[in-house]
Write a protein that binds this ligand. Structure first.
Ligand SMILES: Cc1ncc(C[n+]2csc(CCOP(=O)(O)OP(=O)(O)O)c2C)c(N)n1
Length: 286
């Protein structure tokens, strides 16, 4: 039986009170609920406070470059699509430098789950504005306040035809656990954008600020997450009321299902001779 202990990793180096702790806990609970064993899971991240999360877990992990977690995860999933691939990182990592990869990962629809710790700030580098920072928000790089329109990851993902789009709030850990479970179970690319207070560098979007505003879409009887236009409209809500829960879900074939060579099973298990790779490398890198 898989227990939380199986996932206990290294000692954390986050600020006390950081929302990252709640996301880590929710993720562990989700993995236990799905009875996934650490060897069946791959955690991929970039650079950031949030991207340290795989260090605090047990399992396979790849900690790559800032903004490049999704291409690494894509390669790993194609090499071994039997793995449960979880990608984690911040709003800076995923929506700024990794923005291009975000768009195309959604188009590809590989079966993986992407958890974005959206604290609306760059935490690791000590408080610069990120793509999701609010207008007028004063940060180290915007002393006169942010003048750009914030990026709306939920609306963007829905517009791109993402097949699973959810928003969680780190302090609502049971709901977040459920969203992660559903995201992993979903066949295709699952985005879970998590509102996460940064107690050190974001004194605007605090626990109290989010608590006053978030509400669960699942509590609304007439909300249909399979209605793309309704979901897009829901995604526009931000301000006094912020929806959390499964905002949009749909079905379309995954990338893996459509690549003929993968029909014979995961590439790594197809018995290719490693020397084939050496020949290839020699051909391309003389
Ligand atoms: C290629 C590259 N560009 C920029 C950086 C500097 N850098 C490291 S982390 C980071 C942003 C961190 O913010 P976010 O991804 O939101 O994560 P958080 O620390 O808030 O969890 C930046 C700009 C880097 N390490 N590498």
């Amino acid at each position: 039986m898989v227990t939380i202990k199986d996932y206990e990793g290294g000692k954390t180096a986050w600020c006390p009170g950081c929302g990252n702790f709640q996301i880590l806990l929710a993720l562990k609970h989700a993995l236990v609920e799905l009875a996934l064993e650490p060897h069946q899971v791959l955690f991929v991240s970039g650079i950031g406070q949030s991207s340290k999360l795989p260090h605090y877990l047990k399992g396979n992990l790849f900690n790559g470059l800032h903004g490049r977690s999704l291409p690494v995860a894509t390669g790993a999933k194609i090499a071994n699509h039997a793995l449960t691939v979880l990608v984690v990182g911040g709003d800076g990592d995923g929506y700024a430098e990794g923005g291009n990869h975000f768009v195309h990962a959604i188009r590809r629809n590989l079966d993986m789950t992407y958890i974005v710790h959206n604290n609306q700030i760059y935490g690791l580098t000590k408080g610069q504005a990120s793509p999701t920072s609010e207008r007028c928000f004063v940060t180290k790089t915007t002393p006169g306040g942010v003048i750009l329109q914030p990026l709306n990851p939920i609306a963007l993902a829905i517009a791109l035809g993402a097949t699973f789009v959810a928003r969680g709030f780190s302090a609502q850990t049971p709901l977040l656990t459920q969203l992660i479970v559903e995201g992993i179970q979903h066949k295709g690319f699952a985005l879970i954008d998590v509102l996460q207070p940064c107690v050190s560098f974001n004194h605007l979007n605090t626990y109290a600020w989010y608590k006053e505003r978030v509400y669960e879409v699942g509590d609304e009887e007439d909300y249909d997450p399979e209605d793309q236009l309704a979901a897009f409209q829901k995604a526009q809500e931000w301000g006094d009321k912020i929806p959390i829960g499964v905002i949009y879900r749909s079905e379309r074939p995954t990338y893996e299902e459509q690549v003929p060579v993968l029909k014979a099973g995961p590439l790594v298990m197809q018995g290719h001779d490693p020397r084939e790779l050496e020949d290839l490398l020699e051909e391309f890198i003389p």
